[in-house]
Ligand binder design. Structure first.
Ligand SMILES: *[C@@H]1O[C@H](CO)[C@@H](O)[C@H](O)[C@H]1NC(C)=O
Ligand SMILES: *[C@@H]1O[C@H](CO)[C@@H](O)[C@H](O)[C@H]1NC(C)=O
Length: 385
């Protein structure tokens, strides 16, 4: 063989080896005989994986990644971080995770212009009952977080996922810019039995901007939404049941303590501890500004219809508000509905002048007690306890 023939043969062998050594992905081959460079890039191929390790190993060489019926081994992350720009990830069948006491996450994805979705009939089953002990992330067995949507950039989306029984918090959105989470269903209602499911927040958002969470359907035992920091964040068309409501906070005492440009709209909160909630940390600094809650319907609220308090410390209220995290430019528009008779309709605990420029219109929460402990309510703008 000539040198040319030899290197051609070598290239053939390498190509064959590459395919043979990775049986899991069903690779739609490029139409012409590929040179090695195009094998590396694999610019327009779809890969189907039935094994978590194989999916993680080959993730950057597939334009579309189908995760089909994967059982993820205990103590490991189904790792879709660092994807090639523009990658699509599709869950198919039942994705499930084996038990181990660890902090997770069970799934993680990052990259630019990433589209995550689910095929008809798919389910992401977190098998939460194996971890649930009523203590959530405050004690008991260490429980894995479920879904990290961290460092997603460009114009990324997570759409139409069916999530069942997360061990503890479900979606963590952090360091993301330009991300839409649409039509995500989270059903942790099995955790209501014996009050075993705990701290099963649906969407926790931190240090992110340009985030839209639309048409979520959540049954859980903690916040439906919790924004700890971030700007330009929209939550709309949500249905929240069983949890702690639509929350901002607690704000303060973290590395990022700015919350601004928040639009929470056209949603319902039923059978939950709170409806609308903003809490800031006692003695901390930060800011909560330009926040709008509009068209929120409440029913079956057991603690507070609307609660805004500047006195949080170590996870519970002190009763004494501090002024380091002012809450300004807060609009509440059309917040209506009922709370249970033992609950409080509206509770506002602000420090001296640390709540200002509030506009409340069409706020009507009834059925519970009127608070006698409110303080610092802005004098103009219609807010009242
Ligand atoms: C990838 O393949 C699909 C289906 O054959 C085709 O519609 C699409 O245009 C291709 N995209 C690129 C970037 O080649
Ligand atoms: C308030 O937030 C919205 C996004 O919800 C943004 O479009 C608007 O520019 C912000 N206004 C100010 C004065 O920052």
């Amino acid at each position: 063989m000539s040198l040319l023939q030899k290197s051609f043969a070598l290239a053939l062998v390498s190509a064959a080896t590459f395919v043979a050594a990775t049986p899991m992905p069903v690779v739609t081959p490029a139409p012409v005989f590929p040179d090695l460079a195009s094998i590396e890039k694999r610019a327009n191929s779809s890969c189907t994986f039935t094994d978590a390790a194989a999916a993680s190993a080959s993730k950057t060489s597939c334009a579309t990644i189908v995760l089909s019926g994967i059982t993820v081994p205990s103590g490991t992350t189904l790792d879709m971080t660092g994807l090639t720009d523009g990658t699509a990830v599709i869950f198919e069948g039942t994705t499930t995770w084996e038990y181990e006491a660890w902090s997770g996450p069970l799934f993680s994805v990052s990259g630019k212009d990433i589209a995550v979705s689910g095929a008809t009939g798919h389910v992401l089953d977190g098998n939460g009952a194996k971890w649930w002990d009523g203590k959530g992330s405050n004690g008991g067995v260490t429980k894995p977080k479920f879904f990290y949507a961290h460092s997603l950039t460009g114009s990324s989306s997570i759409k139409g996922l069916n999530v069942l029984n997360t061990p503890v918090q479900a979606f963590s959105v952090n360091s993301a810019t330009g991300l839409t989470l649409d039509s995500i269903t989270i059903d942790n209602s099995a955790g209501d039995t014996g009050s075993l499911g705990h701290n099963t927040d649906a969407f926790d958002v931190g240090s992110s901007s340009g985030i839209t969470i639309s048409n979520a359907n959540v049954k859980n035992q903690d916040d439906c939404l919790a924004i700890n920091s971030g700007t330009d964040i929209t939550f709309t068309g949500g249905t929240c049941s069983g949890g702690h409501g639509l929350s901002i906070g607690s704000v303060g005492g973290r590395s990022d303590n700015t919350v601004s440009g928040i639009n929470i709209a056209s949603s319902s909160v039923t059978a939950s501890a709170n409806g609308v909630r903003i809490k800031t940390v006692s003695g901390a600094t930060g800011t909560v500004s330009n926040v709008t809650y509009s068209d929120i319907k409440l029913s079956g609220i057991t603690s507070y219809g609307i609660v805004i308090q500047q006195d949080y410390k170590n996870g519970s209220p002190t009763g004494t508000p501090t002024t380091g995290v002012p809450i300004t430019d807060l609009t509440l528009s059309s917040i209506t509905g009922t709370v249970s008779s033992s609950a409080t309709n509206v509770y506002i605990l602000c420090g001296s002048s640390s709540c200002s420029s509030w506009t409340w219109t069409g706020v009507s929460v009834t059925g519970g007690k009127a608070s006698t402990a409110c303080s610092g309510i802005p004098s103009a703008g219609g807010a009242a306890c």
